[in-house]
Design a protein. Structure first.
Length: 469
């Protein structure tokens, strides 16, 4: 316990020192506002799909800048890692978020668990652009943004975390009840709403904050799109309906910016965390591991494991629980899976650089191997059943999935910049999502030099001396 405390104290000192270096000679632009709207799972290919009604999103693209062909996301192409990349400009291997929660290793034989009930300080190893903005004196707000629980860097927050209302800023929670958007302060009553209903509340909460607080930086994350695409696929009737609803939510937020009287000083950044692909089949690696007696199942539940796989959509994190044998066990796992139906590859740590992951010796959340499914297949965490390959129904995976390798074109995400400081009618070639955070910093006059990406200067207006206006 004492050693863990010292290590936590050391990390706190390092984090604080890192943040302080970013604040030297800051000259934030207090007249500027940036609103980042993330529509979960809004694949880049949907923006030009004629079957998708997107009048508001396409108007913002025409008036500003769109990344043609989409924005390349980070591995793993799932929600929390990529939302953290969007606000750090760093790949998950650097910022530390590899899943929708903390991956907790136990002792030998103990399966790894994902713990989503964690604070930002437990999840994110580096300062975000919101941390820097708030420390520089700018007003900040977030609505349903992942990895922000108990952050000290938001004047108002309504985080994407289990039991979100318990961690929502009290004044905001009270105001949303008064406006009739929340029934009460109980998270259970809030979560009883449909995903569409949740998006409605989150949208109206963002609108309320923009009208009343005028944050310099507002982060908003909408979820219904992702839910519909998982169930029916992105290019389905349900998917198109969800796309249209997301467009309406965007229009409400733009209207709030107008009502606040800050439209001419506000940059809107429309992004997504990943794309989508159809996965009518799934592979169940834990079934093979069970049959090889490398894991134990009691009453349908995983209880012990020498090796097991945690699914991340189109990839699987392979964990070997005995550190002394992890390297050999990972190698044997690869031999077991390579050549099987639905398996594209198994990456061992010597190839983790291909996906931007550190070695498991350097970061204990990192898996010991990464299982890569072929397109059309998802990875299932199921431990019951008798075959490696199953339909998505039998494997209890989704018909539509993300989590495939980020280099696959269907994983590319929408990225549009529009409004103050953005050149009009610009189309830029593909970029990496690490450019978003430094671009936010540039627009707000903040120093944020340690990101993997660089500001999207080609999208921004410049003055005669070449500086961003």
């Amino acid at each position: 316990m004492r050693k863990s405390y010292r290590w936590l104290s050391f990390l706190t000192i390092v984090f604080t020192a890192f943040l302080n270096t970013l604040l030297v000679a800051q000259s934030p632009d207090v007249q500027r506002h940036v609103v980042v709207i993330s529509i979960d799972g809004f694949a880049a290919f949907l923006v030009d799909d004629p079957k998708v009604p997107l009048p508001n999103i396409r108007r913002l693209a025409r008036e500003g800048c769109i990344i043609e062909g989409g924005m390349t996301v980070s591995d793993p192409s799932v929600t929390w890692p990529n939302h953290t990349t969007l606000v750090t400009g760093m790949k998950p291997g650097r910022h530390g978020v590899l899943a929708n929660g903390v991956l907790v290793r136990g002792g030998i034989g103990t399966p790894v668990k994902i713990d989503s009930h964690r604070d930002q300080s437990d999840l994110v190893k580096v300062p975000t652009v919101a941390d820097v903005a708030h420390s520089a004196g700018l007003r900040t707000a977030e609505v349903n943004w992942p990895c922000t629980r108990n952050s000290k860097s938001f004047d108002d927050q309504f985080p994407d975390v289990p039991n979100a209302l318990d961690y929502t800023t009290p004044r905001l929670r009270k105001e949303l009840i008064e406006k009739g958007l929340l029934r009460d302060e109980k998270h259970s009553s809030f979560r009883n709403a449909s995903v569409v209903g949740l998006d409605y509340v989150w949208t109206e909460a963002a609108c309320h904050l923009i009208r009343t607080r005028k944050p310099h930086l507002t982060l908003v994350h909408l979820l219904n799109n992702d839910s519909a695409h998982h169930k029916r696929g992105a290019q389905s009737q349900a998917g198109y309906t969800a796309n249209a609803y997301a467009d309406m939510c965007v229009s409400r937020i733009v209207e709030a910016i107008d009502d606040a009287g800050i439209r001419d000083r506000t940059t809107i950044i429309l992004v997504a965390d990943h794309g989508f692909a159809l996965t009518p089949k799934a592979i169940r690696p834990n079934v093979l591991l069970r049959q090889a007696k490398l894991l134990e199942v009691v009453e349908g539940k995983l209880t012990q494991a020498r090796i097991h796989v945690i699914p991340e959509g189109g990839i699987g994190f392979v964990y070997c629980t005995n550190p002394a044998k992890a390297s050999q066990d990972a190698f044997e796992f690869r031999k077991m899976l390579i050549g099987q139906e639905g398996v594209a590859d198994v990456l061992l740590p010597d190839r983790f650089g291909e996906v931007g992951f550190p070695h498991p010796r350097e970061y204990n959340q990192t898996p010991d191997a990464i299982l890569v499914a072929k397109e059309g297949y998802a990875v299932s965490g199921a431990v019951t059943g008798e075959t490696l390959v199953a339909t998505f129904e039998e494997a209890r995976t989704s018909y539509g999935s993300h989590g495939l390798l980020a280099k696959i074109s269907k994983m590319k995400a929408m990225c549009i910049l529009s409004g103050a400081g953005v050149r009009s009618g610009i189309k830029l070639p593909e970029v990496n999502n690490t450019v978003v955070a430094p671009t936010i910093a540039k627009l707000l006059g903040l120093k944020y030099p340690n990101a993997d990406g660089k500001p999207l200067l080609d999208a921004l207006q410049t003055s005669a001396n070449g500086s961003e206006r």
